[in-house]
Design a protein around this ligand. Structure first.
Ligand code: 13P
Length: 339
């Protein structure tokens, strides 16, 4: 893509998303995902409770000290605080850049049992134009890759990375920075080495597809999984090993021109996610060509949800928890986190 003002704008937004040792927060759970989390926490599964939960997070005092950007779900973009202030305005006040989840979940990949491909390309251009007008500056699209015996298939990797590249090119045309999230999920009992092998293949495929579709890497944020053993694997990995294999994988497969790397947490508990991010930044500071930060959902605010429980009297304690985890991850981003 040409180095026009348009592109410079994209590059400067992407840089701002990962600047100052801060990270991103994902508060973009779909209606069904958030409802499932509410159900487990005993919270009513209604639009009003989802709005109220998003208000708890967005209005947490001081959050802009640790968070550069928040990924929103569609309904949140139009919602307001109880006192009538649009969430988009609250974010602006807090100095937090608003972004939007654009994928529409997954469907079965025909002919490949157990594997999924992400939906949402059909009306993407129209949705992008509308969100750009509303002031959304960046977007997210998640592809899901399962490790299971011989899986993932090449077909699954190529289908998902091609869709990610189509989405990224469409975003950049609209002046929106794409976060590309090819998530190799933790489900299963595979080894950490198998996760490294699969993740490297996925990332190599992703950057090949991004190149094919002329996506400008300076205006892209990569949101990968860390390199971890499957959640049912007998052996847990130390932060030192996670950091070593994660950095090795990223350095092999991710061009240095990418604006930033912002990990998903993937079901790790908050302390483990912070320890791993910390080891990456502490042990490999000199070897990382990109800022390496967080774009967590669960590892930043699942405890807040469980504290809040849908009750006004718990808002302050829930916000304290969210702020505390945001602060911890900024420390991990700097390689200075202690559990
Ligand atoms: P987790 O940090 O909970 O994995 O969520 C990140 C995300 O945005 C998933 O798409």
């Amino acid at each position: 893509m040409e180095n026009t003002d348009h592109m410079q704008q994209l590059i400067s937004t992407a840089k701002a998303m990962v600047a100052n040792f801060k990270g991103l927060v994902a508060i973009d759970e779909s209606v069904s995902t958030l409802n499932k989390r509410f159900e487990l926490a005993g919270i009513p599964q209604t639009e009003e409770y989802r709005r109220a939960y998003r208000e708890v997070l967005i209005t947490t005092p001081g959050i802009g000290n640790y968070i550069n950007g928040a990924i929103l779900f569609d309904e949140t973009v139009y919602q307001k605080t109880l006192t009538g202030i649009p969430f988009m305005e609250e974010l602006k006040k807090a100095g937090v850049i608003p972004g939007i989840k654009l994928d529409e979940g997954t469907e079965d990949l025909a002919g490949f049992p157990k594997e999924k491909v992400t939906k949402g390309l059909d009306d993407l251009a129209e949705r992008l134009t509308a969100y750009a007008k509303l002031g959304l500056k960046f977007a997210k699209w998640r592809g899901v890759i399962l490790i299971d015996g011989e899986l993932p298939s090449v077909a699954c990797i190529v289908s998902n990375t091609h869709a990610l590249a189509r989405y990224a090119a469409a975003c950049q045309r609209e002046g929106i920075v794409p976060i590309v999230e090819p998530e190799v999920i933790m489900d299963g009992d595979h080894t950490i080495e198998r996760c490294a092998e699969v993740t490297e293949s996925v990332l190599r495929s992703l950057f090949k597809e991004l190149h094919l579709l002329k996506v400008e890497l300076g205006g892209v944020i990569l949101k990968p999984n860390m390199i971890l053993a499957g959640k049912d694997a007998p052996q847990k990995s130390s932060p030192e090993l996670v950091a070593k294999l994660t950095v090795n994988c990223l350095r092999n497969a991710v061009p240095a021109t990418v604006a930033g790397v912002a990990f998903l947490s993937g079901g790790q508990d908050p302390v483990t996610a912070s320890l791993n991010l910390n080891a990456i930044n502490k042990n490999y500071k000199a070897e990382l060509p990109w800022p390496v930060t967080y774009s967590f959902s669960r590892a930043l605010h699942q405890p807040a949800l469980e504290i809040w429980k849908g009750k006004t009297e718990n808002v302050k304690a829930a916000q304290d928890s969210f702020l505390q985890l945001a602060k911890a991850n900024k420390a991990a981003r700097e390689g200075e986190f202690k559990s």
